[in-house]
Unconditional design. Sequence first.
Length: 62
Amino acid sequence: MIVNLEDRFYKVFSNLPLGVREETILVINDDPITWKVAKLEIDNKTPLSKQILEKLAALKFI
């Protein structure tokens, strides 16, 4: 399921205007997460990336 969420994330991310990638999309543990930060976490498959993907899916962003 996470792989599918990753694919969905990359599809949405690739279509975002460059300026939008700097905008905060989530707050996890009081830390703001931008599209760029989310991509870095997902690229590196960090433990935080799973949380990011699940929250973005729940919000129907991906």
